[in-house]
Design a protein around this ligand. Structure first.
Ligand SMILES: Nc1ncnc2c1ncn2[C@@H]1O[C@H](COP(=O)(O)OP(=O)(O)OP(=O)(O)O)[C@@H](O)[C@H]1O
Length: 325
């Protein structure tokens, strides 16, 4: 018999009064996979993770985790999971190892095993030499690593991370991801995370893109980008009306005017720009060609951009591109 998937979700819905936060979501996460939920603010990511972690009852649907029914056997599910939420929940007044010990006691880790488990978890995140220091003396990145260690003390099968690197600087985000990838490689742990960062989603084996409570696509980041296909080309000119005419009449393109210049999609962007300059003598003052990103995937599927890494609302300048597809 093949082992049961780490997570199985069928037709999951959650309603808060009039708000349908999650609307009929289904997906499966295999053992040892890094699976990401990518979506903008309010898409339903946290609500889904809370239902999977037994913190919120679903309105309807089936949820199974490590072979246990989440609604019927919440205690078994809690033992099988580790959870790292957005808001830090360490006790600043305790040392690193005291924080972990508290967790080990709450999770019923046998006393005889506790020391070894704590040492193992602290070594894993490279905090062994700081174990006797108060958490309030730790940097943001060290605190996040300690939270990961704490999530591992009871040896869960699935680790949930809600926006694991939100609020961390780029270097610390990178280091946190190194820890997570190493963790998966060494322990075969299943990781389920939510994110609105494109680069974070790139670390996942598979992602589900969620928007307005529904999954709009699910695949590996590479496959999703391949499906969008064409290169994105931006050209700048002092004569946009004339260039629009050339692009439309000669090449059948209808570019969008964006902050970065006229924007359109073609099969081989670089070759096309060379042709544009040589054939049409187009009056260009700037060129940018890029491969499709996950942002383009989201745009293609929803007509909107996910907010950028600074947490600002996404620009809608390229919206028309998606509408045309
Ligand atoms: N307890 C609640 N009561 C009422 N509405 C809620 C509650 N929790 C979430 N919602 C609503 O459900 C929708 C989904 O919210 P959720 O927090 O799951 O989104 P999210 O994708 O995690 O967003 P973020 O990235 O901001 O965390 C939102 O419209 C939100 O306002």
């Amino acid at each position: 018999m093949s082992p049961s998937p780490a997570i199985e979700v069928r037709d999951l819905s959650k309603r808060f009064g009039d708000v349908e936060a999650v609307r009929g979501v289904s997906f499966t996460v295999n053992e040892g996979e890094i699976f990401g939920f990518l979506g903008p603010n309010g898409a339903g990511k946290t609500t889904t993770i809370k239902m999977l972690c037994t913190l919120l009852a679903p309105t309807s649907g089936v949820l199974r985790l490590a072979g246990h029914d989440v609604t019927k056997s919440p205690a078994d599910v809690r033992r099988a999971i580790g959870v790292i939420f957005q808001d830090p929940s360490l006790d600043d007044r305790l040392t690193a190892e005291e924080n972990l010990e508290l967790h080990a006691v709450v999770y019923g880790v046998p006393r005889a095993e506790r020391r070894a488990r704590l040492d193992e978890a602290l070594a894993f995140v490279d905090l062994s030499d700081r174990k006797r220091d108060l958490v309030r003396t730790f940097s943001g990145g060290m605190k996040r690593r300690l939270e990961i260690a704490r999530g591992l003390v009871h040896r869960p099968r699935v680790l949930f991370l809600d926006e694991p690197t939100t609020g961390l600087d780029p270097q610390t985000r990178k280091a946190t991801w190194e820890v997570l990838r190493d963790l998966r490689a060494r322990s075969g742990l299943t990781l389920f995370l939510t994110t609105h960062y494109m680069d974070e989603a790139e670390h996942c084996d598979r992602i589900a893109i969620i928007d307005h409570g529904r999954i709009v696509a699910e695949d590996s980041p590479e496959a999703l980008k391949r499906a969008v296909g064409k290169d994105v080309v931006f050209v700048r000119t002092n004569e946009p009306a004339a260039l629009c005419e050339i692009l439309a009449e000669r090449y059948g393109l209808s570019p969008d005017r964006t902050d970065e210049g006229l924007c359109f999609r073609v099969e081989d962007g670089e070759a096309f720009v060379v042709r544009l300059i040589s054939e049409a003598r187009a009056p260009l003052t700037g060129i940018a060609v890029r491969r499709p990103t996950l942002d383009d995937v989201f745009l293609a599927l929803t007509g909107r951009q996910i907010r950028n890494g600074n947490g600002e609302a996404g620009r809608l300048a390229m919206r028309a591109m998606a509408r045309r597809r």
